[in-house]
Write a protein that binds this ligand. Structure first.
Ligand SMILES: *Cc1c(COP(=O)(O)O)cnc(C)c1O
Length: 416
């Protein structure tokens, strides 16, 4: 493990190019992966770090013998790596079983620890289900939830946060970037206005970690959730940043691991993988942002040039580098996704969590899109290993698919 990586050392990110045979071929067919907001492939160096823990460093980090000490060393150097990316102290990082668990720990943990102070929680209408569902549960338990609206770009207005504050407010939770449309929220501004208030501030940074700046002091947050598998790391591992001095009740009780905040024998392979992905992401952050943003702008510009009756969703500039979200009139996103899959391209019609429910994604509805526009949405999320060649193939393919689908759509003929 290389702990001495240099933050400023922005080597060409081609140096960490994916192993083509692993990611380009699914069932021996050339396949293009444009769904990085749902999950990412695993970096070769991450797989290696994980594998090393399975085969060599299999110890239980709580045991004092050599294998235990080795596991403990990996655990603590991984914590150091994650803390460094966040600009946090090691003691402020708690490893969890993923982004969903980090969000649940933040919400239930704070609600329980601060219930003596108040019962009011502020959030936004466009949160991930890992926030929405725990808050729904807390509402049934008597907590009062204020859900703030967003503008047409999917952006929360910080002055709405200010207006919603009450004496009983204990927690504000607003995601750093939305997973559907990619809009990055004004977290710094909200952090500043909460700085002198007796309120805990949480952000779900699963989509921004290693894709945008996530320094906890710049953001002004007390709690921040991250996940391994959205940053070219393993699934089933994540972390919650908990600012020193913040009280939190654990969700999982047992052997007292993670300073009692998350019991259970530590997932050393997953944690080492998360740290390895975070190191790689941090080292190449500026290069990744520049490369992916340029590819996104090309894709967006060319698509809008080639296809009529399409709307680009989300903020034009305050957005995740790789996110493109379009609404195509007269057709359904789900149909586009199936056709793209047949053509060897992975994309999404919304969030993976809502695609089986036949409800348009709540994010697009909150942004003021009609049901029809929301159903006609397609999300393309690029990663640094994608190429212009892949985008050109996508542009060709999507043009044909949209034409085909519109030709058989009764709405298209009526609407024209
Ligand atoms: C993926 C995601 C999560 C859930 O993370 P898991 O590690 O899959 O549990 C939470 N919030 C956001 C914004 C996400 O994109």
């Amino acid at each position: 493990m290389n702990k001495n990586f240099n933050v400023r050392d922005n080597k060409d990110i081609d140096n960490q190019e994916m192993n083509n045979t692993d990611t380009d071929n699914i069932n021996n067919k050339k396949y293009i992966y444009f769904d990085h907001a749902a999950t990412t492939p695993v970096l070769p160096e991450v797989a290696q770090a994980v594998n090393e823990c399975f085969t060599k460093f299999y110890g239980n980090a709580s045991e004092p013998h050599l294998p235990g000490r080795q596991a403990k060393e990996i655990l603590e150097s991984s914590r150091q790596d994650v803390a460094q990316v966040l600009g946090a102290k090691e003691s402020e990082i708690t490893f969890t079983g993923g982004g969903t668990e980090s969000d649940n720990l933040a919400l239930f943990g704070i609600a329980e620890a601060y219930s003596g102070r108040g019962n009011h929680i502020i959030t936004s209408e466009i949160e991930h289900p890992a926030i929405l569902m725990p808050l729904k549960f807390l509402a049934r338990k008597g907590f009062k939830i204020t859900s703030l609206p967003v503008d047409k770009y999917g952006m929360v207005d910080p002055s709405d946060v200010k207006k919603a504050l009450k004496d009983t407010t204990i927690l504000v939770t607003i995601m750093h970037a939305n997973n559907i449309v990619g809009t990055i929220q004004p977290i710094e501004e909200i952090g500043r206005l909460l700085a002198d208030k007796n309120v805990i501030f949480h952000t779900d940074a699963v989509q921004t970690f290693c894709s945008a700046g996530t320094n906890v002091d710049s953001l002004g947050v007390d709690l921040l959730s991250i996940s391994g598998h959205k940053i070219y790391g393993p699934k089933g591992v994540g972390a919650l940043y908990i600012r020193k001095g913040t009280k939190i009740m654990p969700l999982i009780l047992g052997g007292g691991q993670e300073k009692g905040r998350r019991s259970g024998t530590e997932n050393i392979p997953g944690i080492a993988g998360l740290a390895s992905a975070a190191r790689a992401g941090f080292k190449t952050l500026d290069d990744r942002i520049a490369k992916i943003t340029a590819m996104r702008e090309y894709l967006k510009t060319e698509l809008l040039k080639n296809i009529d009756d399409v709307r680009f969703n989300g903020h034009p500039t305050h957005r995740l580098p790789g996110n493109c979200n379009f609404s195509f009139k007269f057709i359904e996103g789900e149909a586009i996704v199936l056709r793209l899959d047949m053509a060897g391209i992975a994309a999404s019609s919304g969030s993976a969590c809502s695609s089986s429910s036949m409800k348009p994604t709540h994010t697009l509805i909150a942004m003021g899109l009609s049901g029809e526009e929301a159903f006609g949405s397609l999300r393309i999320t690029l990663g640094f290993e994608n190429t212009y060649e892949e985008i050109d193939y996508f542009l060709e393919t999507i043009k044909r698919i949209i034409m085909d689908l519109r030709n058989i759509s009764p709405l298209y003929k009526k609407g024209r």
